[in-house]
Each structure stands twice: as C-alpha cells, then as structure tokens.
Design a binder for this molecule. Structure first.
Ligand SMILES: CC(=O)N[C@H]1[C@@H](OP(=O)(O)OP(=O)(O)OC[C@H]2O[C@@H](n3ccc(=O)[nH]c3=O)[C@H](O)[C@@H]2O)O[C@H](CO)[C@@H](O)[C@@H]1O[C@H](C)C(=O)N[C@@H](C)C(=O)N[C@H](CCC(=O)O)C(=O)O
Ligand SMILES: Nc1ncnc2c1ncn2[C@@H]1O[C@H](COP(=O)(O)OP(=O)(O)OP(=O)(O)O)[C@@H](O)[C@H]1O
Length: 488
C-alpha cells in the first residue's frame, strides 16, 4: 500500500515519502523488506530501542514518539504511537469496522460468558458472529487461540477485515482501552457487566479502573445501545454519568426505570420481568452470576430483534463456557467445579452457588497469579475463609515470581493447607471430599498450565479427569480382587 495514502490522517503529505509499504509491524523481530515499523513504548521494552534492528531487517519507514535524528530511513514522529498504530492499521485494512455491527462487552467479570451467550442466541436465530475474547477468537466459523482478551490494534483491524460475519462480539478489557487497542472503533452495543477489585497494579485506583472502562461508551454509535447492569454499584454509577447522546440506555436493576428486573434466582430457574411480563429464565449452567450474564445477553438479543421466546429457548440450551463453572461428578457423588474466578466477587458467587446447590462441605483450591494485582489477595482470602470449609492454597501462574517467594507468601497467610503443586492440591481435595461435598478449583479455568507439576496433565480439567480415572481404576481393581477372593 502507498505510504502517503496510509498515513494521510497521521502526517502532512509533504513529509511522507512516496513509497509502497508491504506490511505494518510493531515487532522488530518480524520486520521484513519494505515494512513500516511502529515503535511502541511498552511495559517490558521500548520499541524505539529496536528501530535499528527493524531497519536492518528491511523496514523502510519508522513511526515513533521520541525525538530521534539521523535515522537511515524516513522517521515520522507522532504524539502517541499506540493511537497512530490503531489509525494506520485501520487504514491499511480498509477501515473494516465501519461496515460491522459491533458488540463490545466490558466489566471485570462475566465478559466471556455473556459473549458466548449472545453468540449462541444470535446463531440460533440464524445470524453469524465473530467473537474476540479471552478463551479464543472465532472468525468466519474458524477458531484461533487468543493472546489477549482484547487483541492489539493491528490484529484487531486484521480480524475485522477478514471477518464476513454479521456481528462482531468483542470482549473489551481495561488494558485494551488504556492501550488504545480499540481506538477508532465505534460500537453498536456497549455492555457493562460489573466492576470488582482487579488490575489495580495497572490502574492504581478503582476510580481510574472504572473511568477507563467507561471510555468504551464514548465510542458508541449514534442510535447505538448502552446495556448496563445497575445491580452493580459501578454499573449504576456509569448509567448516571453517561452523557445524554443519541443512543439508548437500557439497564437491568431494581428501579422503575430499569428495563429488566431479576425477580428471583433459584437453582436452575430464575424469573425476570421485562416489558411488564414475568418470564422464566431457565439455564442449564449453574451459578447465580450466570443469571446476570444471561439477563445482559437477553437485553442485547432483544434489542437486535430476536423474539423473546426464541431468546429464552436458546438460553435453555446454552451449554456453558470452557473453564467457567465446569462441573464434574466423582463416582461417590462429590461435585467438582473448575472455574476461572480470580476476584473476591467471583469467589463469592462460586462458593455461594455450591452452598445453594446443597454442598455439605466446600473445599476451595486456589492460588494467586504472580506479578498481578496483589492488593486483591486479602479480599479473596477473606471471602474464601467465610464461605469455604477448607482452603487448599496452591500455585497459579507465577509470571516470573520465584516459586520460593510465592510459597513463602502462601505459608505466611497461615490459612488451610499449602500444597504448591497444583495437581497434587487438586488430588488432595478430591480424595478428602465426601459424597455431598464440593471441590471448587478456581483461577485457571480452561487455561493450560505454565508450570510443570507432578501429574502428567496440563490443565485443571485434565487433572480432575486424571484423578477421577485413577480412582475409578483403583475401585475396579478392588472389586476385581473381592470377586477373585469370593471365587476361591
Ligand atoms: C502489560 C501489557 O498489557 N502488555 C501488553 C502490551 O505489551 P507491551 O506493549 O508492554 O509490549 P513490550 O513487550 O513491552 O514491548 C514493547 C514494544 O517493543 C517491541 N519489541 C520488543 C522486543 C524486541 O526484541 N523487539 C521489539 O520490537 C514489541 O513488539 C512492542 O511493540 O501490548 C501487547 C500488544 O497489545 C500485549 O500483547 C501485551 O499483553 C501482555 C501479553 C499481557 O499479559 N497483557 C495483560 C496484562 C492484558 O492485557 N490483559 C488484558 C485482560 C485483562 C483481564 O480483563 O483480565 C487483555 O486485554 O488481554
Ligand atoms: N456476572 C458475574 N458477576 C460476578 N462474577 C462472575 C460473573 N460472571 C462470571 N463470573 C465469575 O468470573 C469468572 C470469569 O468469568 P468470565 O470469563 O465470563 O469473565 P471475564 O470478564 O471474561 O473474565 P476475564 O476478563 O478475567 O477473562 C467466572 O469463572 C466466574 O467465577
């Protein structure tokens, strides 16, 4: 693509050389002949330090924010490289967002689940959907792994360009907003699920975290919809500060002005009221939090025009999300749950659900993610202590934190058992649980392990299956032995 055309919104044409660009890259390692390299100041590295490397590899033009002289190729200085990247990437891929119906979902918890629910409902009624989120990326029916919850601007624009889907359902993380990954994208729907203490290593205060999330709503299209969970105090705050613009504000909550109200939540069955009717909301997945996610999905699908009866039918057949309240049954009756909860509120929802469902004793296996907001850990422990009967602390991803330091932190908490090997911690909890007990394993969800553990498995699901299988074999062997003794 012609560089002058590509940078028409970034710089004066006079200062842009007339040349053809092969591709855009932000990583010197993937720079090649005739590429445009955009230098980004990141958290681990400063892309400006790799400019010479990119030039050596063949980059013919550089964009960056630092005052640099005497580069051997043209250098265009911009105020913010990340924003420039988003604008240039959009131009490179033909401004693909403009023809798309985009549903952006933000909030601390529930983005993935709500996204999956909306996708299921829309596809059930004949629509096609792309989905960009933390579990995976789905475009034109093909599934790809996701690196980030919200893709970087270059990947995002490329995904949009490739997608022929009618709707794009996108999880929008606060990191994604703060780093300008969604810059330039306008949303038809903006959903806010909730806000809970998380990512304060990055945002420092809840207020800043909230205001970052709130920015997504500045990018709503005229005649778009803001769908907000007012049951959450931050949701109610967002509804109250949204400027009166030409979009519809649709809320769930308890007030007269809320469009959808949750009348009651009981296991497997909830009741909502919408447009003056009380409607049963039946879900096959457990967790009272999922009723809120379903209500958000309901409101979205309803605005899109899916008939109410159809929405409720689709929600009844929604089978869940990998690693979100995923249930397993042990032969003796113990219930085991693998869940992605990693905030106090999510802990509370999961552990309360187990109690509501009749758990006699709850064993809670979890750890703390290394190099991530450590200020939320006390709250997580407090909730677990209150709602679980036995805590088994173990390792989550260490992200570079030395294992001895994490082990020391877990030991110093002096709460329950510490079994650093995650697979053995899970095995311990399962083996200790009785018939009517529940084992709740939180933090990793569907993610693969990044550490090596003792059992030959690579995720919580595989650990549970491995332990149950081994146990099943032992039971069979015992019965076999009994039979042989009887026949003697
Ligand atoms: C802390 C953080 O947010 N990091 C994200 C950020 O990376 P970064 O800009 O800091 O990159 P960096 O590694 O410092 O490098 C800076 C620049 O130097 C370049 N470089 C670097 C080395 C080299 O040899 N040559 C070179 O050119 C890099 O390509 C980059 O352009 O921008 C990258 C591109 O968008 C992201 O992939 C990366 O996410 C990392 C993987 C990450 O873990 N992010 C988490 C915190 C995150 O963003 N999570 C949210 C979800 C959170 C949630 O809701 O739970 C998400 O949206 O995924
Ligand atoms: N509406 C909700 N309110 C509170 N907790 C929830 C809600 N929905 C899900 N959770 C909890 O949060 C966990 C993560 O759910 P989900 O993946 O849907 O959220 P997410 O916002 O995509 O999370 P992340 O950004 O960390 O990927 C679940 O496993 C569950 O424990």
């Amino acid at each position: 693509m012609n560089l002058q055309q590509l940078l028409k919104n970034i710089s004066k044409p006079m200062s842009i050389p007339n040349m053809i660009i092969n591709k855009i890259t932000t990583n010197s390692k993937s720079a090649d002949k005739n590429d445009l390299f955009i230098a980004i100041k990141g958290y681990s590295f400063n892309g400006h330090d790799f400019i010479n490397q990119a030039i050596k590899a063949g980059a013919v033009c550089i964009i960056g924010e630092e005052d640099l002289q005497e580069l051997s190729v043209p250098y265009i200085r911009v105020p913010d490289s990340r924003l420039a990247l988003a604008e240039i990437a959009s131009e490179f891929y033909g401004n693909p967002a403009k023809d798309k119906k985009i549903i952006g979902i933000t909030g601390t918890n529930g983005k993935t689940t709500t996204a999956y629910m909306i996708k299921h409902i829309l596809e059930d009624s004949g629509h096609t959907c792309a989905m960009f989120g933390s579990v995976n990326t789905i475009i034109n029916g093909e599934t790809y792994p996701s690196l980030n919850t919200t893709p970087d601007a270059l990947s995002l624009q490329k995904h949009l360009a490739i997608s022929k889907d009618e709707f794009v359902i996108m999880e929008v993380s606060s990191h994604g907003i703060a780093q300008g990954r969604i810059h330039g994208i306008e949303f038809d729907f903006g959903l806010f699920t909730n806000l809970d203490h998380d990512h304060l290593d990055y945002h420092h205060t809840m207020e800043d975290y909230f205001l970052t999330k709130a920015k997504m709503f500045e990018a709503l299209k005229d005649h778009g919809y803001a769908i907000i969970n007012n049951y959450n105090e931050w949701g109610a705050k967002l509804s109250s500060i949204l400027p009166s613009r030409n979009f519809s504000l649709i809320t769930l909550g308890n007030k007269e002005s809320d469009a959808l109200k949750i009348n009651k939540i009981t296991p497997g069955f909830s009741e909502i009221s919408y447009k003056g009717c009380n409607l049963p909301l039946q879900l096959t997945i457990l967790g009272q939090h999922n009723t809120y996610n379903a209500a958000m999905a309901f409101l979205t699908a309803s605005q899109i025009g899916v008939p109410i009866q159809q929405i409720m039918k689709s929600l009844r057949t929604f089978s869940g999300v990998p690693g979100r309240f995923e249930l397993f049954k042990r032969s003796n009756g113990t219930t085991i749950v693998v869940d992605y909860a990693h905030t106090a509120e999510a802990f509370s929802n999961c552990l309360t659900t187990a109690k509501i469902e009749g758990a006699e004793k709850v064993f809670h296996v979890f750890g703390f993610r290394g190099d991530r907001d450590s200020s939320k850990r006390n709250k997580m422990i407090t909730v677990s202590k209150k709602l679980a009967d036995e805590i088994i602390l173990t390792f989550d991803d260490l992200n570079g934190v030395p294992s001895a330091a994490m082990l020391q932190e877990l030991n110093e908490l002096n709460e329950g058992q510490v079994i650093s090997d995650r697979t053995l911690a899970i095995q311990y909890a399962i083996e200790k649980a009785a018939e009517k007990d529940w084992v709740i394993i939180t933090g990793k969800g569907n993610e693969r392990y990044r550490l090596d553990f003792s059992l030959p498995v690579s995720s919580d699901r595989e650990t549970v299956e491995y332990v149950l299988q081994k146990e099943g074999k032992r039971v069979l062997e015992k019965e076999h032995l009994k039979l042989r003794n009887l026949l003697k």
